[in-house]
Each structure stands twice: as C-alpha cells, then as structure tokens.
Ligand binder design. Sequence first.
Ligand code: PEP
Ligand code: MG
Length: 851
Amino acid sequence: MQQHALFDDVTLITPTAAMSPAVHGGRAKCLQRLIRLDLPVPTTVALSFDAIRGIARGRMPDVPAILSHFGPAPLLSVRPSSQDPDWGGPGAILNIGMNDERHALMRPRIGEAAATGLYLRFIQSYAVHVARLDPEPFHLPDVADAAALARMLEAYEDEADETFPQATGVQLAGVLRSMARAWEGTSARLLRQAKGAPADAGLGLVVQAMALGVGPDESGSGVIQFVEPVAGEPQITGRYLSQSQGREALAAGARAMYLTRDDRGASLQDLCPDAFAELVRMGGLIRTRLREEMQIEFTMEAERLFILDAVRVQRSNRAAVRIAVALAEDGAIPPEEAVMRIAPSALSELLHRQVDPAARRDLVVSGIAASPGAASGRIVFGSAEAQASASRGEDCILVRRETTPEDIRGMTAAKAVVTLRGGVTSHAAVIGRGLGVPCVVGASDLVIDRKRRQIVAPDGRRFAEGEIVTVDGTRGEVLAGEPPMLEAAIGGAVETLLGWADRFRDIGVRANADTPRDAQTARNFAAEGIGLCRTEHMFFDGDRIGLMREMIFAEDGDDRRAVLDRLLPLQRDDFARLFDIMAGQPVCIRLFDPPLHEFLPGDTAGLRELAEGLALPLAEVTRRVEALAEYNPMLGMRGVRLGVTVPEIYEMQARAIFEATVEASRSGAPVVPEIMIPLVSAMREVELVKGRIDAVAAAVKAETGRDFTYRLGVMVETPRACLRAGDIAAHAAFLSFGTNDLTQMTYGLSRDDAGRFMSAYVAQGVYEEDPFHLLDTEGVGELVQIGAERGRRGRPDITLSICGEHGGSRRAIEFCRDRGFDYVSCSPFRVPAARLAAAQLAIAAQRATSG
Ligand code: PEP
Ligand code: MG
C-alpha cells in the first residue's frame, strides 16, 4: 500500500503537519492531537509506514535529518505507532544517544548514579533488542557505578565483537532497523492478525526527545488514567515513581507512589500538589478533546511536567459501555458515536455470567459455542436426574449425546448443557439460547461411558457423575472444576446505550419466545413483539405429553378431537399468558411443526409406561410407534403436512389462539394475533389451512359474540416456498424466512448431523463458516431475496421478516435491512445485540450518504 503524496516519510509533529493514522499510525496522530492542545509534549518526529517498510528492506531514511530536529547531543526514545494501537508492535527503546561523552557531561548535572544508570539501561536494551545478543551478561547491576559500566561495555564488546556504538546516528539507525524487522517477523505478524490486523498492516515509529525522569529536584515518571478498567467508573488510578522512566512506576509495586492522597502511603498529590493539579486539568482536557478515556504517560523533569504519550485505557466490555455512555452524557461525543463504539458481541457477553478472563482454564473438551454464558455444576446424564438435582438445590450440568424435545424439563433444570452431537441449530442449541442456558454442542471428542456413568475426555481423564465441571458456552469449552466467574450486568449504562440505539435503528427486532418465561425475557430486553412462538414446546409440559400421546394413538378424527379438547384449555391459557406479557405487542404463533414421532418414548421403559397409560398391550404400542418412525423425519410428516392430513391439531390451536384473543381483548386493547404456517412448499397447503382457520375464527366469533381480526402468514423455509412466494403471498399477510430449515434444505445438510464434519469443511475453506451459524448470503440469501421479491410482487404490502437463528447476527440484520425487511426475530438473549447491530448499520448508512 503506497501512501498519499501529501505525506512525507519523516515528519516533525506540529499542530499543522500532514499526519494520518493510516499513514503514520495511531500513536503519531494521538501525539499530534496532544500537541494541538498545547500540552508539554517533547519534540517528536513521526516515521511513516512506508519509511519503516523501506528500512526493513535496507533503505535507511536520512538519519541526520531526523536528528536535526532535536538540537545538539539529544537523548531520544523510539516507540511503535501501528494503525490500531491494539495491534501492538515492538517495545519502546529509551535513552538513545547515551554514550561515553554524554555520560561524562551528565554526571555533574544529574549525579553519578543517575547518569550511569541511564547508560547501563540503554546498553542493556540495545544489546538485547537491537544487537540481539544473549541477555544473560546484560543484567542490570544493583549498584550503578563506573565498574559496573565498564563491565557492561566490555560484555558488549565480547558478545558483539565490536565496541558499543557511540554515534547517536548509528544507534538510532540500529534501533529503527531492529524495530522495522521485528514487525515483519512471522510471529509478530501472526500475533497481530489474531487481533484483527490485515496481513499488510503497517508500522510507524515515533522518535521523541527524552524528558529525563531522573536527576535533581523532583524527577520521575508515572501513568495516570481517570476511570478504573473493570466497571469503567470514574476514578483516578495509576502510579508515580521518583527517579524512573517510561512505565517503570507500574512495575515497581510498593516502591511506587499513589497519585491521589491515600492512607496507605505517599502520593504525588501531597508531594507535588501543583503538578498533580495540572496533570488532572490536562487529563480532563485530553478526555474531552480526544473524546476518549486515555491512559497518560507523564514525566517530571526537575519539577517540570511533560506528557509523553497517551493510549486508550484498556477496558473490560462492561467498562467500555460505561465509558462510551459517560462520554456521550458529558457531551464529548454524540450518542450515535457511543452506539458505534460498542461491539454487539461485547454486549451479548455482558448479559451472561462469564468465566473470569484471568482464571486458569483446565480444558476437558472443546465443542461448538451454542449458547453463551458460563455455569458450573455436577455432571448428570439424564433429564430426570437434572430435575432431581435441581429440586435438591444442587447445580447440575446435563451431558447428553444429543437432546430431544423430551429433555426440555431437564434442560430447564440444568445450569448448562453439553451434547456430543449437533450444530448451532440443533435442538440443544436452540433451546439453550432460548432459555439463556449456556450450551456447548458437537463436543464429539468426548465419550460417555454409560456403564461406569462417567465422561471420558480426549486426554483420557475421566469425570464421574456428580463431579463438578464448568461449561463455557461463549467459548465452546468444558472445563474441569469451578473457575471464578464474572456476574452478568444489564441496566444502567447498557440500557441507556440501547435506548439510544433504538432512536437510530430502522428495522424492527422481535424475539423468538415459546414460554411465558421467554416472553418476559423478551420484554425485559425491549423486543418489539414475538416473531416466532414454537408451540410444540408447550406439549412437553406436565401432563400434556401424556395427552399428546393419547392424541397420536387416537383411532380416528373424533377420538383425536376428544383428546384435543382436553389440550385446548391448556393451550388457550398458554396464549393468554403470552398476550398478557406482551401487552399489545404483536405475537406470532407458529402452528405445530415437528414430526409426531418426537413425542413418543424412545426406550422400553417409556413404551411400557405408555402401554399402561393407554391400556394397550406393549407389543401393540411398540408396533404403532415403529410404524410412525420415518427415515427422514425432518423431510417427512411435519409442519403443514400434518396440518393438511391431521387437521384437528391446527383447528384446536387456532381455537385456542382465538379464544385467548377474545379473553385478552376484554381486559386491554384488542389483540391481533399472527398465525404462522410452517414448512409450506405449495400455495394449496396455505389455501387449505386458511380455509379451516377462517372457519374456526367464524365459529369463535359466533360463540362469543365478539369480533376480532387476525393475520395469517407463512414461514418460508423450503426452497420451493421461496420460488413460489408470489402465489403463496396471495393468501399470506406476512412471510417469515425460517433460515434454519432453509439452510438445511438449500445445502441438503442435516441441522443435527452437520456438526460432525463442519470443522473440517470450515478448516479446508469449503464453507467460510458454519452456514447454520453465519447466514449464507450467497446461496440461502439468493433464495430469500427471490422469495422477498416474488412475495412483494404477489402482495405489495406484505410484511417480511427472518426468524431463523441467524436473525440476531449482524450479517443477517444487514442483509434484511438492505432489502427493506420489516423486522428480524431472534432468541431473547440476542435481542440487545441485535438492537445495537441494527442501529450501527443505520448510522453507518447515514454517514455514508452524508459523506
Ligand atoms: C427455521 O427453520 O428457521 C425455524 C425458525 O424453525 P425451527 O428452527 O423451529 O425449525
Ligand atoms: Mg423450521
């Protein structure tokens, strides 16, 4: 990348010099800002990325010209200036210019020990970092005297086969060359790429006159910042150390001074009250004018204060939100800038407990990070055990090969879930995210030893039932034992930030919520309604599973209807509670979707229980369960296919929805329910179901004497539904793209089995990412696009949305926003991050158009 002709390779930093972070790096630009504020920054020269690239290839810039800015016999420091300070760079080198002559001149001025100390330190860092000599002979001696200096110079000569360079120009050239080469090294490149730097990221360097920090009167150095880094609360923190340089004060432990007055020991405020007050004034100025919380490196040279450098305060995610909001509240940045500064993923982390980043991690196994947050508990292998454990008040971790709808109660009772199979849209993952339960899926290297009731880790370690493990669903790891945790944080600054985000956002955000508990979470996170209520989860509760099984075993429609009549009040109550919690916001209820076989027991004990309950012979029950099994249940008798062939289920659900609507509308504003038909692939399916639902609506209106309206829509999750969206739209008020099934069917890739080879596929670049995790905007996206266009052509005012698991991701939100969709719907815990990402996209688009 060549720099712009406007910029020079070597630039004296002045208020008006042409300088850019993309050419000279963030540190150089920051120093220019400090200089513009008239702060006492020592003379500084910036070397551009191009200059440093040239040096690495052997093209040295005009070193005497660089030195000419610093007057005769200067002492200099060189520090890295990468484009983004987080990308790092080689460590600073101080005191360049120290030599025999300078040492002799300084001795009377700052004292023998201080002058010798400076020289010793420079020889040491030059030997190790520039000449790349073995560090062993260059340890700093306890006493900095002439003998120690002679030994150090001799050691240099022995190791380097030449005398220690005395010319400042030679020393500076050596430092510049070593830093330029270090940046080009493989390990440095890998390290910064891991932090998000592009492969061709450049390094700039700043050469600065030293403010000494050692010598007569009060001299020293320190570091100050005005917020603490964990919660981001205002607080002056840092240290000061007399007779020191650079960041030594931070490393000095108890020898360093506090900054503000402190009962525990001496402080800079007491020692030099005027300088301290000045420092605080400058800090305030830097914060407002640089529009950021900065950590400031300062030096006192004979009681004169110098500002050497300022870097962004390192901060936790929690602190980042608090800092951005405080800056906006103080008017230093506009609210939209605060919104832009927080990564949506950082916000997600705050909503869950996390393993303390400083904790030691004893890894048992890695899998797919399926539901964020962390929890510790005792290992259990079944849902019944999980419930028993919860009823004893013991935290447990449910470990299963995979989960099925039957496990829902066990999952609710467990603190976290681990499955050996499955990907990010498998049952465990979807339910885990919905419940806010941390979850790791696809941990295929783990073995469950059923006989011994143990799990076996890939390294051979065994963990028995009852032993404590920790699930880190954010990182996709299971850890041994119970590392320390950081608690979740919402409220305060997070809410303020999200309130601002909502002002800028131009696409709706709803939640996928199946239960009153989910709905409450959705409300708490300010979702604008429920975009997907998967009703089948309601049938696993309490006695309902028994009734479901009776319904499945019913001989004919009349028998089935009789059982469904007993389920009706329960469903009505479910919906009434959802309407009540959502208080007038839209609630989109998806009719029954899964294959009926999922409701039947999978083991002999369960079959026997069922036989007893139905008063049927075990053989007969077994035969009928087997008859219901399908080779490809996800492509079989499910969704609208059940609605067409076993219409009584949808009729019962429609009646429950309408009766709940009447009930809820009595006490509050009229409810307009949304009913969604799953797995549609042909217009006629919608026509048939719509006819029956309309009939139920008419019946309920007649029976209750109350009028109501409802909106019927279609879940577009088969490729054919996308292609035929034009005529489907004739019968649908809305289309909601179910990208989980649509991804499954577009790729021909099982949602539940793809985890087995997904990592190999991603590692070999077949897929950019797991398409169940990251929306495939090319293939699946093209189908969604076709569906949206044809749907709109069929019905111009049709409402469009997405409700697959992708709905909360930035990429899916961007995709939908660009195509003018009305809303996205995602699991409740992803709603805050989705609100933020949506706002960021709107702000970025607005900035792009306003230039
Ligand atoms: C989908 O298929 O995208 C969807 C949201 O439905 P489910 O995950 O319940 O199949
Ligand atoms: Mg689906």
